[in-house]
Design a protein around this ligand. Structure first.
Ligand SMILES: Cc1ncc(COP(=O)(O)O)c(C=O)c1O
Length: 379
């Protein structure tokens, strides 16, 4: 049995999404910029997708800019804030995805903006008092804080942060790559400037995503070229990818609460089973349903003499998971997120991440395999 529990890295594409994309790949090959019927047909597919996405998020279609995914959208938000909106101070955290963290460092080095890191606690919660202190410093600020951490699942109180940002006149960008299509968004109600999306995190195709940009905010093009996306993102559009994204979002929002209930049930089951098997198992990040992303569980296992082999051993047993710390992932650098929360890096960790397709049988099989690894190696 092979069990895929690395859905925070990417998800399997939904069969309905493949079905929606095939006719576009086969027959909808026109260039959306062409004025003839083939081009107009492709253009119509893009605009129908844009309207459908905007409807799900309760925003205007013109506020959706299609991109190659989450990284490009995050880059576009941060660059535009500095180059078009006069931001001189970026406030972020040490726990952001590199799509934000490295982009902020880069723009600090090139444009000389001030870069501040808000305090976080040992579960990855942002210290809102410290954020308020930073917001009072000189300069026009952009706050860039992710909605849910992709490694440790901790959720940001996004509404509270948006209220704080507005109070101090700051722009607010949230990397919502892990939460888009996993939670409902009402952008008419949530006052935010930028959020980002990658379709492959919710059973859509890779290389397709978007940036939501509040109509009050000016955007700078990151990719110069043709007049696509109203001149904001040059390059012939990924029409099938966009249609696949919209279809994946339709499927997700058809029953977002049902999916949440199913996946949260699996996560709670796994937490309970691990707690009853190990005396001293721990979890990185928040684990309560209110404070953590239901698709991710980062387990901090007891020390073993085979700590460095954990992910490798699980892989041999057919369980696909990810690890954050250098000792468990075999990577040359450890996780900046685990380092950022001061995690004990001598204990092996594994990130289990689930999707609506994950079954209880798969979780039970994975738990069995985990137990056999540790039964033999506990020290
Ligand atoms: C939180 C977060 N932001 C951004 C990205 C980057 O998205 P993409 O792979 O679509 O560029 C990821 C993907 O791992 C992510 O988890």
């Amino acid at each position: 049995m092979a069990v895929y529990l690395d859905n925070a890295a990417t998800t399997p594409i939904a069969p309905e999404v493949v079905e929606a994309m095939i006719p576009v790949l086969r027959d909808g090959f026109g260039n959306p910029s062409s004025t003839h019927s083939f081009g107009r047909k492709a253009k119509a597919l893009i605009e129908t997708s844009r309207r459908s996405i905007a409807k799900h998020l309760n925003c205007q279609p013109a506020e959706i800019i299609f991109t190659s995914g989450g990284t490009e959208a995050d880059n576009m938000a941060i660059n535009s804030s500095v180059h078009k909106m006069g931001v001189t101070h970026i406030i972020t955290s040490a726990l952001e995805h590199h799509a934000v963290g490295h982009t902020a460092e880069n723009i600090k080095n090139i444009d000389g903006v001030k870069l501040s890191y808000v305090k976080v606690d040992s579960n990855g919660n942002v210290d809102l008092t410290d954020l308020e202190r930073l917001l009072q410093e000189d300069g026009k600020a952009l706050v860039s804080l992710m909605h849910a951490n992709n490694e440790i699942a901790t959720l940001l109180p996004i509404k509270e942060v948006s209220v704080l940002c507005r109070r101090y006149g700051a722009l607010f960008h949230s990397d919502t790559v892990q939460t888009m299509a996993h939670y409902a968004f009402d952008l008419a109600e949530l006052d935010i400037d930028f959020i980002t999306c990658a379709a492959h995190k919710f059973h859509g195709p890779k290389g397709s995503g978007f940036l939501y940009v509040n109509k009050k905010v000016a955007l700078e093009s990151l990719i110069h070229g043709g007049a696509q996306e109203r001149g904001l993102r040059g390059g012939t559009e990924n029409v099938a990818g966009i249609v696949g994204l919209a279809k994946a979002m339709d499927l997700a929002y058809e029953d977002v609460e049902g999916h949440q209930k199913h996946v949260q049930g699996l996560k709670t089951h796994m937490i309970n089973e691990l707690k009853s098997f190990f005396d001293d198992v721990d979890f990185h990040g928040e684990i309560s349903p209110e404070k953590s992303l239901y698709t991710v569980l980062n387990v901090c296992f007891p020390k073993t003499d085979k700590a460095s082999m954990l992910l490798f051993t699980l892989d041999l047993k057919g369980i696909a998971v990810s690890g954050g710390s250098a000792c468990s992932s075999g990577a040359s650098v450890g996780s900046h997120v685990l380092t950022g929360i001061g995690a004990d890096m001598t204990r092996p960790n594994a990130r289990f991440s689930f999707s609506r397709y994950t079954t209880k049988e798969e979780i039970d099989f994975a738990l069995e395999q985990v137990k056999t690894v540790f039964e033999k190696t506990l020290v």
